[in-house]
Design a binder for this molecule. Structure first.
Ligand code: 5AD
Ligand code: SF4
Length: 441
Protein backbone atom coordinates (compact mmCIF):
# COMPACT_ATOMS: atom_id res chain seq x y z
CA UNK A 1 0.00 0.00 0.00
CA UNK A 2 1.25 3.48 -0.83
CA UNK A 3 1.54 5.79 2.16
CA UNK A 4 1.12 9.53 2.51
CA UNK A 5 2.29 12.08 5.06
CA UNK A 6 0.80 15.55 5.42
CA UNK A 7 2.74 18.40 7.06
CA UNK A 8 0.49 21.33 7.98
CA UNK A 9 1.53 24.94 8.48
CA UNK A 10 -0.59 27.92 9.48
CA UNK A 11 -4.02 28.43 10.91
CA UNK A 12 -6.96 26.23 11.92
CA UNK A 13 -8.49 26.63 8.48
CA UNK A 14 -5.39 24.94 7.10
CA UNK A 15 -5.52 22.22 9.76
CA UNK A 16 -9.11 21.57 8.72
CA UNK A 17 -8.10 21.57 5.04
CA UNK A 18 -5.49 18.94 5.93
CA UNK A 19 -8.27 16.72 7.27
CA UNK A 20 -9.90 16.97 3.85
CA UNK A 21 -6.60 16.28 2.08
CA UNK A 22 -6.11 13.16 4.24
CA UNK A 23 -9.69 12.11 3.58
CA UNK A 24 -9.16 12.47 -0.18
CA UNK A 25 -5.92 10.48 -0.12
CA UNK A 26 -7.50 7.71 1.94
CA UNK A 27 -10.34 7.54 -0.52
CA UNK A 28 -7.72 6.94 -3.20
CA UNK A 29 -6.53 3.95 -1.21
CA UNK A 30 -3.45 5.46 0.42
CA UNK A 31 -2.69 4.85 4.09
CA UNK A 32 -1.25 7.38 6.53
CA UNK A 33 2.47 7.11 7.34
CA UNK A 34 3.30 8.09 10.91
CA UNK A 35 6.70 9.50 9.84
CA UNK A 36 7.47 11.31 6.58
CA UNK A 37 10.46 8.93 6.19
CA UNK A 38 8.13 6.02 5.46
CA UNK A 39 5.78 7.90 3.10
CA UNK A 40 5.60 7.60 -0.72
CA UNK A 41 3.59 10.80 -1.09
CA UNK A 42 4.74 13.85 0.87
CA UNK A 43 2.12 16.57 1.08
CA UNK A 44 2.80 20.06 2.42
CA UNK A 45 -0.17 22.22 3.28
CA UNK A 46 1.51 25.61 3.39
CA UNK A 47 0.85 29.04 4.87
CA UNK A 48 2.13 32.39 3.64
CA UNK A 49 0.74 34.85 6.15
CA UNK A 50 4.24 35.89 7.23
CA UNK A 51 7.75 35.24 5.99
CA UNK A 52 8.43 32.73 8.79
CA UNK A 53 6.09 29.95 7.57
CA UNK A 54 7.53 30.44 4.06
CA UNK A 55 11.06 29.91 5.39
CA UNK A 56 9.99 26.94 7.48
CA UNK A 57 8.36 25.31 4.47
CA UNK A 58 11.54 25.87 2.42
CA UNK A 59 13.51 23.92 5.05
CA UNK A 60 10.99 21.05 5.04
CA UNK A 61 10.96 20.99 1.27
CA UNK A 62 14.76 20.70 1.30
CA UNK A 63 14.46 17.46 3.29
CA UNK A 64 11.77 16.15 0.96
CA UNK A 65 13.91 16.87 -2.09
CA UNK A 66 16.83 14.99 -0.53
CA UNK A 67 14.51 12.01 -0.03
CA UNK A 68 13.29 12.22 -3.58
CA UNK A 69 16.89 12.16 -4.86
CA UNK A 70 17.50 8.97 -2.88
CA UNK A 71 14.15 7.52 -3.90
CA UNK A 72 12.84 8.98 -7.17
CA UNK A 73 9.44 7.32 -6.70
CA UNK A 74 8.64 9.82 -3.94
CA UNK A 75 5.87 12.24 -4.89
CA UNK A 76 5.97 15.81 -3.53
CA UNK A 77 2.66 17.68 -3.42
CA UNK A 78 2.42 21.29 -2.27
CA UNK A 79 -0.92 22.81 -1.34
CA UNK A 80 -2.21 25.71 0.71
CA UNK A 81 -1.73 29.45 0.70
CA UNK A 82 1.96 29.62 -0.27
CA UNK A 83 1.24 27.42 -3.29
CA UNK A 84 -1.70 29.64 -4.27
CA UNK A 85 0.30 32.87 -3.78
CA UNK A 86 3.18 31.50 -5.91
CA UNK A 87 0.95 29.87 -8.50
CA UNK A 88 2.61 31.62 -11.45
CA UNK A 89 6.11 30.38 -10.65
CA UNK A 90 5.82 27.48 -8.23
CA UNK A 91 7.23 24.83 -10.57
CA UNK A 92 9.95 27.22 -11.68
CA UNK A 93 10.96 27.93 -8.08
CA UNK A 94 10.73 24.29 -7.03
CA UNK A 95 11.15 21.98 -10.04
CA UNK A 96 11.15 18.91 -7.75
CA UNK A 97 7.48 19.50 -6.87
CA UNK A 98 5.18 17.03 -8.67
CA UNK A 99 1.77 18.39 -7.81
CA UNK A 100 0.64 21.81 -6.63
CA UNK A 101 -2.80 22.95 -5.60
CA UNK A 102 -4.46 25.89 -3.88
CA UNK A 103 -6.86 25.83 -0.91
CA UNK A 104 -9.77 25.91 -3.36
CA UNK A 105 -8.60 22.92 -5.38
CA UNK A 106 -8.46 20.12 -2.80
CA UNK A 107 -11.38 18.26 -4.47
CA UNK A 108 -9.15 17.76 -7.54
CA UNK A 109 -6.28 16.12 -5.69
CA UNK A 110 -7.49 12.69 -6.66
CA UNK A 111 -7.22 13.49 -10.36
CA UNK A 112 -3.42 13.88 -10.15
CA UNK A 113 -2.56 11.54 -7.34
CA UNK A 114 -4.85 8.74 -8.48
CA UNK A 115 -4.02 5.93 -10.87
CA UNK A 116 -1.34 6.89 -13.37
CA UNK A 117 -1.11 10.48 -12.24
CA UNK A 118 1.91 10.14 -10.01
CA UNK A 119 4.97 12.12 -10.84
CA UNK A 120 3.44 14.33 -13.51
CA UNK A 121 3.95 18.01 -12.68
CA UNK A 122 0.46 19.38 -12.43
CA UNK A 123 -1.15 22.30 -10.76
CA UNK A 124 -4.62 23.54 -10.05
CA UNK A 125 -5.45 26.80 -8.46
CA UNK A 126 -8.25 29.25 -8.40
CA UNK A 127 -11.14 30.10 -6.25
CA UNK A 128 -14.10 29.83 -8.56
CA UNK A 129 -14.71 26.14 -7.99
CA UNK A 130 -14.41 25.95 -4.23
CA UNK A 131 -16.07 23.29 -2.14
CA UNK A 132 -16.90 23.47 1.56
CA UNK A 133 -14.95 21.07 3.70
CA UNK A 134 -17.98 19.28 5.11
CA UNK A 135 -18.91 18.07 1.64
CA UNK A 136 -15.64 16.16 1.13
CA UNK A 137 -14.32 12.98 2.71
CA UNK A 138 -12.59 13.80 5.94
CA UNK A 139 -10.09 12.27 8.32
CA UNK A 140 -10.71 13.76 11.81
CA UNK A 141 -7.84 13.81 14.31
CA UNK A 142 -10.01 13.48 17.42
CA UNK A 143 -13.30 11.66 17.75
CA UNK A 144 -14.86 14.20 20.14
CA UNK A 145 -13.75 17.51 18.60
CA UNK A 146 -14.43 18.85 15.12
CA UNK A 147 -13.99 21.91 13.00
CA UNK A 148 -16.93 23.09 10.96
CA UNK A 149 -16.24 25.47 8.09
CA UNK A 150 -18.97 28.11 7.79
CA UNK A 151 -17.46 30.39 5.16
CA UNK A 152 -14.47 30.75 2.92
CA UNK A 153 -12.56 33.79 1.77
CA UNK A 154 -12.50 37.28 3.22
CA UNK A 155 -13.93 40.63 2.08
CA UNK A 156 -11.80 42.77 4.38
CA UNK A 157 -8.97 44.88 3.01
CA UNK A 158 -6.46 44.85 5.89
CA UNK A 159 -3.44 46.49 4.29
CA UNK A 160 -0.90 44.00 5.74
CA UNK A 161 -2.75 40.80 4.90
CA UNK A 162 -2.23 38.42 1.98
CA UNK A 163 -5.25 36.21 2.81
CA UNK A 164 -7.88 37.94 0.65
CA UNK A 165 -5.52 37.53 -2.34
CA UNK A 166 -5.09 33.80 -1.78
CA UNK A 167 -8.45 32.77 -0.38
CA UNK A 168 -10.69 35.02 -2.44
CA UNK A 169 -13.94 36.81 -1.66
CA UNK A 170 -16.18 35.63 1.11
CA UNK A 171 -18.76 32.93 0.42
CA UNK A 172 -21.05 31.76 3.23
CA UNK A 173 -22.16 28.19 3.53
CA UNK A 174 -25.91 27.75 3.82
CA UNK A 175 -27.19 27.45 7.40
CA UNK A 176 -29.10 24.23 6.69
CA UNK A 177 -25.92 22.54 5.46
CA UNK A 178 -23.92 23.71 8.47
CA UNK A 179 -26.52 22.50 10.98
CA UNK A 180 -26.85 19.19 9.13
CA UNK A 181 -23.09 18.68 9.43
CA UNK A 182 -23.17 19.56 13.14
CA UNK A 183 -25.98 17.01 13.66
CA UNK A 184 -23.96 14.33 11.81
CA UNK A 185 -20.93 15.13 13.96
CA UNK A 186 -22.95 14.98 17.18
CA UNK A 187 -24.36 11.60 16.15
CA UNK A 188 -20.76 10.51 15.59
CA UNK A 189 -19.77 11.38 19.19
CA UNK A 190 -18.45 14.92 18.73
CA UNK A 191 -18.92 17.11 21.84
CA UNK A 192 -16.99 20.25 20.88
CA UNK A 193 -17.19 22.10 17.59
CA UNK A 194 -15.21 25.10 16.37
CA UNK A 195 -16.92 27.13 13.66
CA UNK A 196 -14.32 28.33 11.18
CA UNK A 197 -14.23 31.28 8.85
CA UNK A 198 -11.80 34.07 7.96
CA UNK A 199 -14.41 36.44 9.45
CA UNK A 200 -17.14 34.43 11.19
CA UNK A 201 -19.11 37.50 12.19
CA UNK A 202 -19.87 38.55 8.66
CA UNK A 203 -21.17 35.08 7.89
CA UNK A 204 -24.59 35.01 6.25
CA UNK A 205 -24.61 38.47 4.69
CA UNK A 206 -24.00 37.16 1.18
CA UNK A 207 -26.70 34.49 1.31
CA UNK A 208 -29.81 34.74 -0.82
CA UNK A 209 -32.79 36.33 0.94
CA UNK A 210 -34.57 32.98 1.44
CA UNK A 211 -31.90 31.81 3.89
CA UNK A 212 -30.20 35.09 4.86
CA UNK A 213 -29.45 35.20 8.57
CA UNK A 214 -26.63 36.23 10.89
CA UNK A 215 -23.96 34.59 13.01
CA UNK A 216 -25.84 34.87 16.34
CA UNK A 217 -28.68 32.80 14.87
CA UNK A 218 -26.19 30.18 13.72
CA UNK A 219 -24.74 29.95 17.24
CA UNK A 220 -28.25 29.38 18.59
CA UNK A 221 -29.01 26.73 15.98
CA UNK A 222 -25.80 24.83 16.80
CA UNK A 223 -26.55 25.16 20.52
CA UNK A 224 -29.87 23.41 19.93
CA UNK A 225 -28.13 20.30 18.54
CA UNK A 226 -28.31 17.53 21.12
CA UNK A 227 -24.89 16.24 22.22
CA UNK A 228 -22.89 19.37 21.34
CA UNK A 229 -21.61 20.63 24.70
CA UNK A 230 -19.10 23.22 23.58
CA UNK A 231 -19.16 25.66 20.69
CA UNK A 232 -16.16 27.79 19.76
CA UNK A 233 -15.57 30.01 16.76
CA UNK A 234 -12.65 31.71 15.07
CA UNK A 235 -11.95 34.34 14.01
CA UNK A 236 -14.36 37.21 14.41
CA UNK A 237 -13.49 40.69 13.13
CA UNK A 238 -14.20 43.33 15.82
CA UNK A 239 -15.92 45.56 13.24
CA UNK A 240 -18.66 42.97 12.72
CA UNK A 241 -19.14 41.82 16.33
CA UNK A 242 -22.69 43.08 16.91
CA UNK A 243 -25.22 42.93 19.75
CA UNK A 244 -27.14 39.83 18.50
CA UNK A 245 -23.92 37.77 18.58
CA UNK A 246 -23.10 38.95 22.09
CA UNK A 247 -26.64 38.04 23.17
CA UNK A 248 -26.37 34.62 21.58
CA UNK A 249 -23.04 34.00 23.33
CA UNK A 250 -24.60 35.00 26.64
CA UNK A 251 -27.73 32.91 26.20
CA UNK A 252 -26.65 29.76 24.36
CA UNK A 253 -25.34 27.35 27.02
CA UNK A 254 -22.92 25.48 24.78
CA UNK A 255 -21.17 28.59 23.46
CA UNK A 256 -17.92 28.89 25.41
CA UNK A 257 -17.02 32.00 27.41
CA UNK A 258 -14.14 32.88 25.14
CA UNK A 259 -13.62 35.20 22.21
CA UNK A 260 -10.51 35.59 20.11
CA UNK A 261 -10.77 39.24 19.16
CA UNK A 262 -7.80 40.37 17.04
CA UNK A 263 -6.87 43.94 18.00
CA UNK A 264 -3.66 44.15 15.86
CA UNK A 265 -2.70 47.59 17.21
CA UNK A 266 -3.76 49.80 20.10
CA UNK A 267 -3.18 52.98 18.11
CA UNK A 268 -6.15 54.37 16.18
CA UNK A 269 -3.74 55.98 13.73
CA UNK A 270 -2.10 52.64 12.92
CA UNK A 271 -5.48 50.86 12.87
CA UNK A 272 -6.52 53.33 10.19
CA UNK A 273 -3.40 52.64 8.11
CA UNK A 274 -4.10 48.93 8.59
CA UNK A 275 -7.66 49.51 7.29
CA UNK A 276 -9.17 47.73 10.28
CA UNK A 277 -12.14 50.16 10.20
CA UNK A 278 -12.43 50.44 14.00
CA UNK A 279 -10.70 52.73 16.46
CA UNK A 280 -9.08 51.86 19.74
CA UNK A 281 -12.08 53.41 21.54
CA UNK A 282 -14.65 51.42 19.58
CA UNK A 283 -12.78 48.19 20.26
CA UNK A 284 -12.58 48.94 23.99
CA UNK A 285 -16.31 49.72 24.03
CA UNK A 286 -17.00 46.36 22.41
CA UNK A 287 -14.92 44.63 25.08
CA UNK A 288 -16.96 46.39 27.79
CA UNK A 289 -20.23 45.35 26.16
CA UNK A 290 -19.09 41.76 25.87
CA UNK A 291 -17.87 41.58 29.44
CA UNK A 292 -21.09 43.12 30.74
CA UNK A 293 -23.15 40.45 28.96
CA UNK A 294 -20.91 37.42 29.45
CA UNK A 295 -19.58 36.96 32.99
CA UNK A 296 -16.11 35.43 33.22
CA UNK A 297 -15.42 35.96 29.51
CA UNK A 298 -11.88 35.06 28.39
CA UNK A 299 -10.42 37.32 25.71
CA UNK A 300 -7.46 36.53 23.49
CA UNK A 301 -6.03 38.54 20.63
CA UNK A 302 -3.51 38.96 17.81
CA UNK A 303 -1.07 41.89 17.88
CA UNK A 304 1.31 43.15 15.21
CA UNK A 305 4.32 45.32 16.07
CA UNK A 306 6.39 47.31 13.63
CA UNK A 307 3.69 48.12 11.08
CA UNK A 308 5.05 50.80 8.68
CA UNK A 309 5.13 54.19 10.37
CA UNK A 310 4.61 52.83 13.90
CA UNK A 311 6.11 55.34 16.34
CA UNK A 312 7.15 54.71 19.93
CA UNK A 313 3.87 56.37 21.00
CA UNK A 314 1.80 54.09 18.73
CA UNK A 315 3.59 51.06 20.12
CA UNK A 316 3.02 52.28 23.64
CA UNK A 317 -0.72 52.44 22.94
CA UNK A 318 -0.65 48.73 22.04
CA UNK A 319 1.11 47.94 25.33
CA UNK A 320 -1.47 50.00 27.21
CA UNK A 321 -4.34 48.26 25.45
CA UNK A 322 -3.01 44.88 26.63
CA UNK A 323 -2.95 46.19 30.19
CA UNK A 324 -6.39 47.73 29.86
CA UNK A 325 -8.17 44.75 28.28
CA UNK A 326 -6.15 42.26 30.35
CA UNK A 327 -6.03 39.52 27.71
CA UNK A 328 -5.91 35.91 28.81
CA UNK A 329 -3.49 35.23 25.96
CA UNK A 330 -2.16 37.04 22.91
CA UNK A 331 -0.34 36.02 19.76
CA UNK A 332 2.30 38.62 18.99
CA UNK A 333 3.74 39.08 15.51
CA UNK A 334 6.47 41.17 13.98
CA UNK A 335 5.06 42.89 10.91
CA UNK A 336 6.17 40.98 7.83
CA UNK A 337 5.78 42.66 4.42
CA UNK A 338 3.91 40.42 1.95
CA UNK A 339 4.45 41.05 -1.74
CA UNK A 340 1.39 42.55 -3.37
CA UNK A 341 -0.20 43.95 -0.21
CA UNK A 342 -0.77 47.66 0.30
CA UNK A 343 1.43 47.90 3.42
CA UNK A 344 4.40 46.23 1.74
CA UNK A 345 4.59 49.22 -0.62
CA UNK A 346 4.59 51.80 2.19
CA UNK A 347 7.84 53.74 2.41
CA UNK A 348 8.17 54.08 6.18
CA UNK A 349 9.07 50.45 6.99
CA UNK A 350 10.45 49.88 10.48
CA UNK A 351 13.99 48.46 10.86
CA UNK A 352 14.10 44.80 11.91
CA UNK A 353 16.08 45.55 15.03
CA UNK A 354 13.46 47.97 16.33
CA UNK A 355 10.66 45.50 15.53
CA UNK A 356 12.53 42.80 17.52
CA UNK A 357 13.05 45.10 20.43
CA UNK A 358 9.36 46.11 20.49
CA UNK A 359 8.05 42.58 20.28
CA UNK A 360 10.21 41.53 23.23
CA UNK A 361 8.82 44.37 25.32
CA UNK A 362 5.29 43.48 24.25
CA UNK A 363 5.72 39.77 25.03
CA UNK A 364 6.87 40.64 28.56
CA UNK A 365 3.65 42.58 29.20
CA UNK A 366 1.43 39.94 27.52
CA UNK A 367 2.99 37.20 29.68
CA UNK A 368 2.69 39.17 32.90
CA UNK A 369 -0.97 39.98 32.27
CA UNK A 370 -1.75 36.38 31.19
CA UNK A 371 -0.08 35.05 34.33
CA UNK A 372 -2.19 37.40 36.47
CA UNK A 373 -5.36 36.33 34.64
CA UNK A 374 -4.57 32.63 35.05
CA UNK A 375 -3.68 33.12 38.72
CA UNK A 376 -7.21 34.49 39.25
CA UNK A 377 -8.48 30.97 38.41
CA UNK A 378 -6.59 29.32 41.29
CA UNK A 379 -9.01 27.91 43.87
CA UNK A 380 -11.86 27.59 41.36
CA UNK A 381 -13.36 24.44 39.94
CA UNK A 382 -13.39 24.46 36.13
CA UNK A 383 -15.10 22.17 33.64
CA UNK A 384 -12.36 20.49 31.57
CA UNK A 385 -12.71 18.56 28.32
CA UNK A 386 -10.06 15.84 28.56
CA UNK A 387 -7.80 15.63 25.50
CA UNK A 388 -5.23 13.01 26.59
CA UNK A 389 -2.05 12.68 28.63
CA UNK A 390 -0.08 15.82 29.47
CA UNK A 391 2.63 16.62 26.93
CA UNK A 392 5.25 17.33 29.59
CA UNK A 393 4.34 14.74 32.25
CA UNK A 394 2.51 11.60 31.08
CA UNK A 395 1.37 10.82 34.64
CA UNK A 396 -0.97 13.83 34.32
CA UNK A 397 -3.97 14.39 32.07
CA UNK A 398 -4.39 17.38 29.76
CA UNK A 399 -7.55 19.18 28.79
CA UNK A 400 -9.05 22.58 28.19
CA UNK A 401 -11.42 24.77 30.16
CA UNK A 402 -14.41 26.48 28.56
CA UNK A 403 -12.26 29.63 28.57
CA UNK A 404 -9.80 27.69 26.38
CA UNK A 405 -6.91 27.45 28.83
CA UNK A 406 -4.89 24.21 28.88
CA UNK A 407 -4.96 22.42 32.24
CA UNK A 408 -2.62 19.63 33.33
CA UNK A 409 -4.16 17.69 36.18
CA UNK A 410 -4.11 14.59 38.36
CA UNK A 411 -7.12 12.46 37.63
CA UNK A 412 -8.62 9.41 36.02
CA UNK A 413 -10.64 10.08 32.88
CA UNK A 414 -10.82 9.23 29.19
CA UNK A 415 -10.23 11.63 26.27
CA UNK A 416 -13.55 13.23 25.36
CA UNK A 417 -14.88 13.23 28.94
CA UNK A 418 -15.97 16.43 30.71
CA UNK A 419 -14.63 16.52 34.27
CA UNK A 420 -14.44 19.08 37.06
CA UNK A 421 -10.91 20.13 37.98
CA UNK A 422 -9.87 22.21 40.99
CA UNK A 423 -7.21 24.69 39.89
CA UNK A 424 -4.14 24.78 42.16
CA UNK A 425 -1.51 26.73 40.24
CA UNK A 426 -0.98 28.82 37.11
CA UNK A 427 1.71 29.84 34.65
CA UNK A 428 1.25 32.44 31.90
CA UNK A 429 0.03 29.73 29.50
CA UNK A 430 -1.32 26.79 31.52
CA UNK A 431 -3.13 25.80 34.68
CA UNK A 432 -2.36 22.94 37.08
CA UNK A 433 -5.01 21.11 39.08
CA UNK A 434 -6.59 17.95 40.38
CA UNK A 435 -9.82 16.27 39.37
CA UNK A 436 -12.50 17.25 41.86
CA UNK A 437 -14.03 14.23 43.55
CA UNK A 438 -17.81 14.52 43.67
CA UNK A 439 -18.91 14.92 47.29
CA UNK A 440 -21.08 11.98 48.38
CA UNK A 441 -24.59 12.98 49.35
N1 5AD B 1 2.74 40.48 9.28
C1 5AD B 1 2.60 40.11 10.58
N2 5AD B 1 1.49 39.55 11.06
C2 5AD B 1 0.45 39.36 10.24
N3 5AD B 1 -0.77 38.83 10.45
C3 5AD B 1 -1.44 38.85 9.27
N4 5AD B 1 -0.67 39.37 8.30
C4 5AD B 1 0.51 39.71 8.87
C5 5AD B 1 1.70 40.29 8.39
N5 5AD B 1 1.85 40.65 7.12
C6 5AD B 1 -1.21 38.37 11.75
C7 5AD B 1 -2.47 39.10 12.21
C8 5AD B 1 -3.55 38.07 12.05
C9 5AD B 1 -2.79 36.80 12.31
C10 5AD B 1 -3.46 35.56 11.83
O1 5AD B 1 -1.56 37.00 11.66
O2 5AD B 1 -2.29 39.43 13.57
O3 5AD B 1 -4.63 38.25 12.93
FE1 SF4 C 1 -4.28 30.29 7.27
FE2 SF4 C 1 -3.70 32.69 6.34
FE3 SF4 C 1 -1.75 30.91 6.65
FE4 SF4 C 1 -3.56 30.63 4.72
S1 SF4 C 1 -2.06 32.29 4.91
S2 SF4 C 1 -2.85 29.03 6.15
S3 SF4 C 1 -5.42 31.43 5.68
S4 SF4 C 1 -2.96 31.81 8.30
Amino acid sequence: MRRYHVTTFGCQMNAHDSERIKGMLEELGLGEAVEPETADVLVFNTCTIREKPDTKFAAYLGHAIARKRANPETVIAVGGCYAEAQRERLFELHPEVDVAFGPGSIPHLGEWLGAGGFGVPRGSFGIDERTFAGELPMHRERSFQAWVQISMGCNSKCSYCIVPAVRGREVSRRPGEIVAEVMRLAADGVREITLLGQNVNSWGRDLLPDVRTEFGELLRACDAVEGIERIRFTSPHPKDFRAPVIAAMAEADAVCEHAHLPLQSGSSRILKAMRRTYTRERYLRLVDEMRAAIPDLALTTDLIVGFPGETEDDFHETVEAVEEVRYDAAFTFVYSPRAGTEAAAMTDQIPDELKRERIERLIDVVQRVAHERNTERVGRVEEVLVEGPSRTDPSLLRGRTRRNTTVNFNGVAQPGELVDVRIDAATSTTLRGAQAVPVAA
